[in-house]
Design a protein around this ligand. Structure first.
Ligand SMILES: *[C@@H]1O[C@H](CO)[C@@H](O)[C@H](O)[C@H]1NC(C)=O
Ligand SMILES: *[C@@H]1O[C@H](CO)[C@@H](O)[C@H](O)[C@H]1NC(C)=O
Ligand SMILES: *[C@@H]1O[C@H](CO)[C@@H](O)[C@H](O)[C@H]1NC(C)=O
Ligand SMILES: *[C@@H]1O[C@H](CO)[C@@H](O)[C@H](O)[C@H]1NC(C)=O
Ligand SMILES: *[C@@H]1O[C@H](CO)[C@@H](O)[C@H](O)[C@H]1NC(C)=O
Ligand SMILES: *[C@@H]1O[C@H](CO)[C@@H](O)[C@H](O)[C@H]1NC(C)=O
Ligand SMILES: *[C@@H]1O[C@H](CO)[C@@H](O)[C@H](O)[C@H]1NC(C)=O
Length: 551
């Protein structure tokens, strides 16, 4: 054994307090193993109080528009830890975290208790890949890597999810192209900081025609050279097939068979039943047993906190109005009993698990629309250069601008279309694999680009840059169309292909010494109203679509 040169303080602290450092979990073939070689099964619970969800025809899944970071308030983590320990969980899943806050207390508490975390990188509203007009942009990439940067210092992050139920139907499989690009760039960033945390995706359940090809697409190698560069390492299925009194044969045998040849570690990224009045959680006895162990490595019970949007259903505890006390219900005791009884086989051994391979991609067809030509890595330097050289710039009057960007882009593109122009450079089409040169930039930069085209097409008439008071002429920018286009091409010349993302300079990620707790944010609202629809967190406003057909 190599002598340990540096005695890490954390380890010393752990020994002094009688706590074993949590083991690294890694992938071999289609299974997970702890560093000591034992097979690792996720015995988990979803751990996120619901944000605010507003019902509406454009929000059929009641996706929340706000969130409460569950890992930023040491007091609540301290409050909940004894209950998580009683439950016997080894993993929690957090759906939305804020990279500007400090997570040291919660992460250390959970690490000391042997509890891993699965962290979703997406955020509500504009912080996710939008299934109805998908893109992969600098803004999203930066959000993802800032979160990774903040959490990479902890030893108990099992996986980062690059998306949750982005694709919900066959007509949305085109969005998978952007999810795969997100997996690629997230992985490249993790490699660059020497992190071995797994890259995951949590899928909606559905027809076999949808879910299996999607799973295969996300873990395939388009280059055909057995490279994992664009592949997820961990596949989650949000699975609500076992509701109430069911059985292995009825609920789980079909998916055991469906995924039998899938070679990625897989788990149920959510499972459960309505807890009102009570659920036995007896599916745990099948999930964590030799019935499902050939394909599945455990799962995340949904949910610790009640789903306020679903009338408080699904929760196994309730929290007092002042946030100070936890009351468990019968469903908590049932889950605790089931987890205590579970004893999945410690097999196959790591050496028998086989090597990790990356198969060829499934054929693009009418039910799998995603191209294997992925968009370029979003390039912040190129987009910033472009923004600085655009002669009409989006200058929002409010910091809450994300709600108006989509409308202004649509307006600008149709105005441009009437003048014979088009918005192709900001369009990204995951089906044809054609991506405009500006399509990886922040939506606000795309909007400035649209405004600039319209302004230039109107001979630099300042009125044409107003957009109802949302645009401002940039006097430093080139004023002739040809000079403007030359500057834009020069800025964007480097924004092609793939590259290793870097943190934007000046990003301040969770470095403050405070506990980062946000008093008074004890949780209103909603994650899950439809058990089959699950905890969708996606954009609700269209920003840019590849669909403009401008003459
Ligand atoms: C997919 O189809 C559903 C149902 O027909 C529709 O509501 C949804 O808007 C479609 N999504 C896209 C991206 O076209
Ligand atoms: C569940 O179903 C089985 C088989 O149909 C039946 O024997 C059993 O009584 C049912 N249990 C409950 C609690 O309904
Ligand atoms: C598309 O390909 C997948 C396999 O990748 C297959 O399961 C599905 O049935 C195919 N769809 C059609 C319409 O042929
Ligand atoms: C942001 O603007 C939208 C649309 O104008 C509005 O519905 C929402 O409440 C605003 N959010 C905040 C935090 O002000
Ligand atoms: C979402 O919009 C807000 C302003 O409304 C902005 O601060 C934030 O950077 C945006 N996030 C992404 C990923 O675009
Ligand atoms: C900006 O654009 C939005 C959306 O079109 C519009 O409602 C608003 O009045 C415009 N002006 C300002 C100053 O926000
Ligand atoms: C773009 O603008 C920046 C800052 O104004 C300038 O330094 C740079 O040279 C410009 N790039 C091009 C290609 O004109």
């Amino acid at each position: 054994m190599r002598p340990r040169v540096v005695a890490p303080l954390v380890l010393v602290g752990a020994i002094l307090s009688g706590v074993q450092a949590i083991q690294t979990v890694s992938r071999a073939g289609r299974y997970l193993y702890t560093a000591d070689g034992n097979r690792f099964y996720i015995k988990g619970v979803a751990y996120q109080e619901q944000g605010q969800a507003v019902a509406g025809s454009n929000n059929p899944f009641l996706e929340p528009i706000t969130y409460i970071d569950p890992l930023s308030d040491g007091t609540t983590c301290q409050r909940d830890l004894p209950y998580l320990q009683q439950l016997g969980v080894n993993t929690i899943r957090a759906y939305s975290v804020n990279s500007a806050l400090n997570h040291d207390t919660c992460m250390q508490l959970f690490s000391n208790a042997g509890i891993y975390t699965i962290i979703d990188l997406s955020l509500p509203v504009n912080g996710s890949i939008d299934r109805s007009s998908p893109t992969w942009t600098t803004a999203l990439l930066d959000q993802y890597i800032e979160t990774i940067q903040v959490f990479s210092k902890y030893d108990n992050v099992l996986a980062f999810n690059v998306g949750n139920e982005v694709v919900t139907a066959v007509n949305e499989t085109v969005a998978a192209t952007f999810v795969k690009a997100a997996a690629r760039d997230t992985k490249a960033y993790l490699n660059s900081i020497k992190s071995t945390v797994l890259v995951g995706y949590a899928s909606i359940d559905g027809d076999s025609d949808l879910v299996l090809p999607l799973a295969e697409y996300l873990s395939c190698d388009p280059s055909g050279s057995n490279s994992g560069a664009t592949a997820i390492d961990l596949y989650g299925l949000n699975n609500y097939r076992w509701i109430g009194n069911s059985s292995y044969q009825v609920a789980y045998a079909p998916i055991e068979a469906l995924y039998s040849a899938y070679n990625v570690p897989a788990y149920f990224s959510e499972f459960g039943s309505p807890t009102n009045p009570v659920t036995s959680w007896d599916e745990v006895g099948s999930l964590l047993s030799s019935q499902l162990s050939p394909v599945w490595s455990g799962g995340i019970a949904f949910s610790y906190f009640p789903a306020t949007s679903a009338g408080g259903n699904f929760g196994i505890v309730s929290i007092s109005a002042d946030g100070s006390t936890v009351t468990v219900n019968q469903n908590f005791d049932n889950l605790k009993t089931q987890y205590a009884q579970a004893s999945p086989p410690n097999s196959p051994s790591k050496s028998a698990a086989g090597s990790t391979s990356y198969p060829a991609c499934p054929q693009q067809n009418s039910t799998l629309l995603a191209s294997t030509t992925l968009p370029a890595t979003p390039n912040l330097a190129a987009c910033t250069c472009l923004e600085e050289n655009l002669s009409c710039q989006f200058t929002p009057a409010t910091s809450n601008y994300s709600a108006i960007v989509g409308a202004l882009v649509d307006y600008g593109c149709s105005a441009l279309g009437q003048m014979g122009g088009n918005c192709n450079p900001i369009s990204a089409n995951g089906q044809t694999g054609v991506y405009g040169a500006v399509s990886g930039c922040d939506p606000t930069v795309m909007l400035s680009w649209v405004m600039t085209q319209y302004y230039l097409a109107n001979n630099d008439n300042a009125q044409a840059c107003s957009f109802g008071g949302n645009g401002t002429v940039n006097t430093h920018a080139p004023s002739s169309t040809s000079a403007a286009n030359a500057a834009a091409s020069s800025c964007l010349a480097s924004a092609t292909g793939t590259s290793v993302p870097t943190l934007p300079s000046g990003s301040s990620t969770g470095s403050s010494g405070s506990s980062g707790s946000t008093p008074g944010t004890s949780g209103a609202a909603a994650l899950d109203t439809n058990v089959f629809a699950s905890v969708l967190i996606v954009v609700m406003i269209g920003v840019v679509s590849g669909m403009w057909a401008l003459a």
